[in-house]
Design a protein around this ligand. Structure first.
Ligand SMILES: [Zn+2]
Length: 335
């Protein structure tokens, strides 16, 4: 995994619907490694590399460019802002946090007229009771409709990385890395860097309609149940390899794709684990229901503290996932 590429993607502003800067960065990283690329009307970046096999299939790997964020809904006479989450942000996670509105930085405060109100508000934190206080003055002017994200820097420590937006810049970095390592593709490789996964899955639905792949795999993060008193119904853990998704709350992966991923990992001695997630969902849900239907699965990187400013994952899991994708592109696939 190219750590510099991942770091620069993690540091780039890109909430759902405002992915342009992330897309520009990815174009720079991949433009010399592909046979072609285009940007569709919704903003998805679609890139491809042609295969040479006589029985080649069209394989799509997808990762979403957008990250969770907030949008400004109201600005009072003293310029304090009210906000609404864009994607899954819990109010408990952002009290006291810095938010970055594409260069302008603010902090999240809470209403506290009396000690009793303050205590009560902390106990039942809600966006109704919180506001943003813009502190810096050198960024863009903030108004109703401005988007913000967590303001926190990525930290790399050995195999671990901690950062906001690992969901799903780790997936984007894996797709970029795949282009760097794939040689002589047997199958047609399509990569989609999608928009708006955290909000509506709109990007995934239209990209798959456009590409019409034989097989699609969404590459994203999933829960990691290896912290004190973690979710006992979840078995994915960091460091055990990428997880082959069987099901989440939005979709059941196609059984042929699950078996293909499993068999490929086993035949090549790659580490993997199985994933059943009793919540959440990925671009796989948008892809599978497109056109006449798409054989779709997902490959997930177990990640702690998802949707907080400090998501943590293991780079080895991502590297192992890239190896698996490389084999799928370089070998003939038979069902
Ligand atoms: Zn995601």
């Amino acid at each position: 995994m190219n750590v510099d590429a991942l770091k620069s993607l993690l540091e780039t502003f890109g909430p759902s619907g405002r992915e342009e800067k992330v897309r520009d960065k990815i174009v720079e990283l991949i433009k010399n490694l592909v046979d072609g690329y285009r940007v569709d009307k919704l903003g998805n970046l679609i890139a491809w590399k042609n295969g040479t096999g006589p029985n080649k299939k069209r394989i799509l790997f997808d990762a979403h460019m957008d990250q969770i964020g907030v949008v400004v809904t109201y600005k009072d006479e003293n310029d304090f802002l009210r906000i609404e989450p864009v994607g899954g942000i819990a109010p408990q996670v952002i009290y006291g946090m810095r938010l970055n509105f594409d260069g302008t930085i603010g902090v999240v405060g809470v209403e506290r007229e009396t000690s009793e109100v303050y205590k009560e508000n902390l106990k039942n934190l809600d966006f109704d009771k919180m506001f943003v206080d813009i502190v810096t003055s050198n960024g863009p002017n903030i108004e109703v409709g401005s988007f913000g994200v967590y303001d926190a820097k990525p930290i790399f420590a050995g195999k671990k990385v901690m950062s906001p937006a690992l969901d799903d810049r780790i997936g984007c970095a894996m797709l970029v890395e795949l282009l760097n390592v794939v040689d002589n593709p047997y199958n047609d490789l399509y990569l989609a860097f999608s928009v708006q996964e955290e909000h509506s899955l709109a990007g995934a639905s239209v990209e798959a309609f456009d590409i019409k792949p034989d097989i699609a795999v969404a590459v994203d993060v999933t829960a990691s149940a290896d912290t004190p008193k973690a979710d006992k119904r979840t078995s994915m853990i960091m460091g055990k390899g990428p997880a082959i998704k069987v099901m989440d709350s939005l979709s059941v992966s196609n059984v042929k794709v699950v078996e293909l991923l499993k068999r490929t990992a086993e035949d090549n001695n790659l580490r993997y684990q199985m994933e059943v997630l009793h919540m959440g969902g990925t671009d796989a849900f948008g892809i599978e229901r497109t056109a006449e239907g798409v054989l779709t699965g997902a490959l997930s990187i177990p990640t702690r503290y998802i949707h907080t400013p400090s998501e943590v994952c293991n780079l080895e899991d991502a590297n192992e996932g890239v190896k698996l994708m490389k084999i799928l592109i370089e070998e003939e696939i038979t069902f």
